[in-house]
Design a protein around this ligand. Structure first.
Ligand code: ADP
Ligand code: MG
Length: 240
């Protein structure tokens, strides 16, 4: 399969007073369409910064990022926003749901920007809530749901547009072990249906076991790239 993303000698340098921080320090990487790719490294190794660069949330200080044949490092904010809406879904550690909206309204949110009429938005949101096993919580606000339920809502929101790539930054960082496995199963299950590419960030070796490929990061650089031969399969977690 072809590459959906190619990054070439990318750097992100933060200037703090007289100090320069090389958060990402010369990374080149190709990501294949449909692969589950994990960025693994200790806190501060540059995982989130790299994810934010690849997904167009931040601009690189140097280097090129080609996403579906387009150079995103040269895009302006308006072009980037529309590019993200078209191709990308996000799952965050803190869920990032809007507190005043219901589960269904949160899930439907990305469709507003696509100018899809309200009735269809709600139908599609309900379908997604069903897919993540939350159809009976559609009217609940985020603070009326558990962490695992909130992350299900955010996963439903990430996938509702059928994006080509879903980015997940420590998606299970706030969840217990059982819920963690449920979330990973869910992400794999949804992505398998449409051969979506998943790029996830974790500091947890166990979670990286779900990936096809593990990119080990250290001090803003790639330490090594591992083809994961012992990939964890869906539904592997059993309570003992
Ligand atoms: P990780 O996600 O692996 O924990 P980050 O990508 O968040 O690592 O951070 C990598 C390095 O860059 C860290 O040393 C961090 O302190 C620094 N850093 C990240 N974001 C900023 C910022 N906005 N300004 C200054 N330094 C930053
Ligand atoms: Mg991080």
């Amino acid at each position: 399969m072809g590459n959906i993303i190619s990054i070439n000698d990318v750097k992100k340098i933060y200037v703090m007073g007289s100090e320069k921080i090389y958060a990402v320090n010369g990374i080149s990487l190709d990501i294949k369409q449909g692969e589950i790719c994990c960025l693994l490294g200790k806190s501060g190794s540059g995982k989130s910064t790299l994810l934010n660069l690849i997904s167009g949330l931040e601009k690189p200080s140097k280097g090129q990022i080609v996403f579906k044949g387009k150079h995103i490092e040269t895009m302006d904010e308006i072009q980037l926003a529309s590019f993200r809406q078209q191709y990308i879904g996000f799952v965050f550690q803190q869920y990032n749901l809007l507190p005043t909206l219901t589960a269904a309204e949160n899930v439907a949110l990305p469709l507003i920007f696509k100018k899809i009429p309200p009735k269809e938005r709600m139908e599609r949101a309900m379908d997604m809530l069903k897919a993540v096993g939350l159809e009976d919580r559609a009217g609940h606000k985020p603070n009326q749901m558990s962490g695992g339920q909130q992350q299900r809502v955010s996963i439903a929101r990430a996938f509702i547009n059928n994006p080509e790539v879903v980015f997940a930054d420590e998606p299970t960082g706030n969840l217990d072990t059982k819920t963690t496995y449920e979330m990973m199963d869910l992400i794999l299950d949804l992505s398998e249906k449409n051969n979506q590419t998943i790029i996830m960030v974790t500091h947890d070796l166990e979670i990286s076991g779900y990936a096809d490929r593990i990119i080990h990061l250290h001090d803003g650089k790639i330490d090594n790239i591992e083809d994961n031969k012992n990939k964890i399969l869906k539904g592997s977690f059993r309570e003992v």
